[in-house]
Design a protein around this ligand. Sequence first.
Ligand code: SF4
Length: 536
Amino acid sequence: METAYRICPLCEATCGLKLTIDTGRITGARGDRDDVFSAGFICPKGATLGQLDSDPDRLRRPMVREGGSWTETGWAEAFAIVERGLMGVVERHGRLSVATYLGNPNVHTLAGQMYSGEFAKTVGSPNVYSASTVDQMPKHVSSGLLFGDPYAIPVPDLDRTDHLLMLGANPVESNGSLCTAPDFPGRLKKLRKRGGRLIVVDPRRTRTAALADQHVAIRPGTDAYLLFAMVHTLFEEGLADPGPLASHVEGMHALPSLAEAFTPEAVEPVCGVPADGIRTLARELAQAPTAAVYARIGTTAVEFGTLTSWLVDVLNLLTGNLDRPGGAMFPLAPHRRRGQGRGRGFQLGRWHSRVRGLPEVKGELPAAALAEEITTPGEGQVRAVVTIAGNPVLSTPGGDRLAQALAGLEFMVSVDPYLNETTRHADVILPPPPPSQSSHYDMSFNELAIRNNARYSPPPVPLAGDRVDECEILARLIQIAAGRGADVDPAEVDGRLIERDLAKAIADPASPAYGATRPSSPRSCTRVLPPNAGWI
Ligand code: SF4
């Protein structure tokens, strides 16, 4: 029996786990009390990491579909089939005919974070889809337009705030989202214990709402009305004051007229919240010593999601709570410190989907458009799909229609540990190893963490002989998509990615690696990352 440590990959809280390993298997998982970020917290899901890790339904070897049946095959054979299938479609129909779908678990693995976007870029098709467009894309758009960076998402300073107004979020069940905070429920309880106030706006009396000082049972999809009425109240009562940020804000003079029609009385019948109650929400937010407004999926998966996301930060700004302790703060992930205004701004709609003309955001089209792009004939019709860690048949709108569409493709490959509702349509499934055999570093969630941290986990157990590391699977797919072939050394991709990121970091005054001497020959990322995670 051995002890190993690993960051839990099962939700956004990124808790540090202390694992018991017995003959190469995880037989126990406890919270790691010495973890600098999670300090021993674990939830029931994390405690079952061992069962998930050794789930007998996990695929161990590549699977190939022939007719209606599946057979296991070797890795070399599987990559050769992918090369023939994918590049055959490219030769016949061009690169536009290939679509990539990236599922949510891509941000929970190091390989997914480093390679999957690169794969989509290498394919060179506008048909890129991800789980973001069924979840938080409105927040990215709002942050992009407001702060110039779609990833600059302020998070509530849970441990120091005096007042938290939360909309459409249920962290007691989810453990938090777009706000990485181990033991989110415990932090909410501590907020109340130190005399702070928690207000939850949600149509349902969720477990988080039950914990709050006040539950505002709003009508679904009307958060923008409520927040606009709060903005109206702040101006009406002379409570709007951004504090030191005033000199950094453009266009604030336009806000009173934008909010003018949204009086609390006007929005009361729409959102079902009494006008007096709306005024009180605004006053309490403005008058608390520190406060933060935080909103999640209940506000972004509805009409006016972008507007609501913007209003959340407008309220943080108008009450002087943006970018200050106890308010809504910008995390400073060590690997991605941001410089001050490089002036590039944020653009969306740089291209549009072929069938419905839906706009691109962050290089992606809405996942809801994928089925029609496959089934609608014409120039640019999607004929091949690559899914990486995603099950969009189950998780995106119109899943039945998408399943029918996938069944008519000329070729499909999935990187996935399971045969599921989506991957059953693939010609080849390439299964990555389980968490116990994978290293980890949270590039995505450290950018949303309530405390700046950098933690790396080496693989708790060695890669099994019949496994291929997820980095290598994706690097080989990149080589195939680039036309270099399945047999080219995947480490060459590592070298190129490291060279590129290193060059950017060395040239960026905001980076801790600014001005550093560049090594003459960067090694494979999986070897370089542990000692040099700071600059990668
Ligand atoms: S809260 Fe999330 S990260 Fe923490 S143990 Fe549970 S599933 Fe894992």
